[in-house]
Design a protein around this ligand. Structure first.
Ligand SMILES: *Cc1c(COP(=O)(O)O)cnc(C)c1O
Length: 369
């Protein structure tokens, strides 16, 4: 992968370890822990993060799509992998690479069964997902009879777990709704178990679920953002450690007079003499145009420097008028002392989107291996 050598994403594996242990400390001894490593492990590095989680004793991994799981298998990851958005076109690849699909519709259940028969499987693990209010993926209550009928007649596949996903586990004003989701999940999972006469394991909590509703941990939890250091709430952010820090370097400094402009469309217009610096990263790297026009700052030697004008594809310009710095100095875009959550907030988005958007052009550097 080509990259620009002066901008890098530092990935702190000691921080990952801390977060894993912190989240685990909220759970009962024998609750299983699934690490969510979809989207390049939230924009960091799925292979390195998965290897570390495997070494730390995680029980499961999850990816969104089959091809993400194939990459992990090719890298030698042995943990069971749940494919959260398995698609019929990829069912063969799932079995070939020992990836366990989320089955969320009758269409999917029938199609996966056909593939499992064709590949002469016996008891291939699948995970049944119920929709309890997110209205994204999942079976409904009135599917239960047919699911049970299909599964009873066929031994090629077997339900390893039953799960659901919370819509607003981080939002305290939605507590009533969340508790309703948990109750409905218990009811639906109970009905299916009764019909099938088996006891697959159950899970519904994501990171904020673990932090706010640990009583509903069932047999496993699924954590993504928390592992990467963000808890969707200040009090949890304080307990977690940031894993990914995006750092860059000043390429050039310009001194401009009053009424000069900076960047495309002359979007920044100086009202006085200013000192500005150019950095080697832009919207092609995941720092989108929404962060321009003075809304968002980066840190140089701990001092905030606003991103000015329009963000370019490969560069951004920042105002360093009151900062003592020189060409070649390091700049923290976001990370340990400048959280992705706060950076993202300046453009009305969330840490998840900012982190996942950091492009593959940016070199990954590892600390604490
Ligand atoms: C992404 C995802 C998670 C992880 O959520 P976090 O808030 O990052 O912990 C868990 N479960 C499902 C189904 C997901 O899609």
């Amino acid at each position: 992968m080509p990259n620009n050598s002066e901008t890098r994403l530092e990935i702190d594996l000691k921080a990952l370890e801390h977060n894993y242990r912190y989240l685990r400390s909220k759970l009962k001894e024998n609750t299983k822990f699934l690490g969510v490593v979809k989207a390049f492990a939230y924009g960091s590095d799925a292979i390195v993060i998965s290897k570390k989680l495997e070494q730390l004793g995680a029980d499961y991994l999850a990816v969104a799509y089959t091809s993400e799981g194939v990459l992990l298998r090719q890298a030698g990851i042995k943990l069971p992998i749940l494919v959260l958005h398995a698609q019929p076109k990829n069912y063969r690849a799932n079995i070939k690479h020992c990836l366990e699909p989320n089955i969320y519709s009758i269409r999917g259940l029938k199609a996966f069964l056909e593939v499992a028969k064709d590949l002469k499987q016996s008891g291939y693990p699948i995970h049944i997902k119920f929709n309890t209010g997110l209205n994204r993926l999942g079976f409904e209550e009135n599917d239960i009879a047919l699911i049970a009928e299909i599964l009873e007649r066929n031994t090629e596949i077997k339900v390893k777990s039953i799960f659901s996903h919370l819509a607003a586990s981080e939002d305290h004003s939605e507590k009533e709704f969340t508790l309703k989701q948990i109750k409905l999940f218990e009811l639906l999972a109970g009905k299916l178990c009764l019909k099938l006469g088996i006891k697959p394991f159950k899970h519904i909590l994501n990171t904020s679920g673990i932090l706010n509703y640990h009583q509903a941990q069932f047999d496993m939890v699924r954590s993504g953002i928390g592992l990467y250091g963000y808890g969707n709430e200040d009090k949890f952010d304080l307990k977690l450690q940031v894993v990914a820090s995006l750092k860059s370097t000043i390429s050039q400094i310009h001194h401009i007079g009053p009424n000069e402009t900076v960047g495309y469309n002359r979007a920044f217009n100086s009202d006085a003499s200013k000192i500005i610096a150019t950095l080697p990263l832009g919207h092609a790297d995941g720092i989108g145009r929404q962060y321009g026009h003075g809304k968002t700052s980066v840190l140089i030697h701990g001092m905030p420097a606003p991103i000015i004008g329009n963000v370019c594809m490969d560069m951004i310009m920042i105002d360093i008028t009151n900062i003592d710095c020189k060409e070649g100095d390091e700049v923290l875009i976001f990370g340990k002392e400048h959280s992705a959550e706060n950076f993202a907030k300046t453009a009305n988005t969330i840490s998840y989107e900012l982190l996942c958007g950091i492009s593959q052009r940016i070199k990954r550097v590892y600390l604490g291996e």
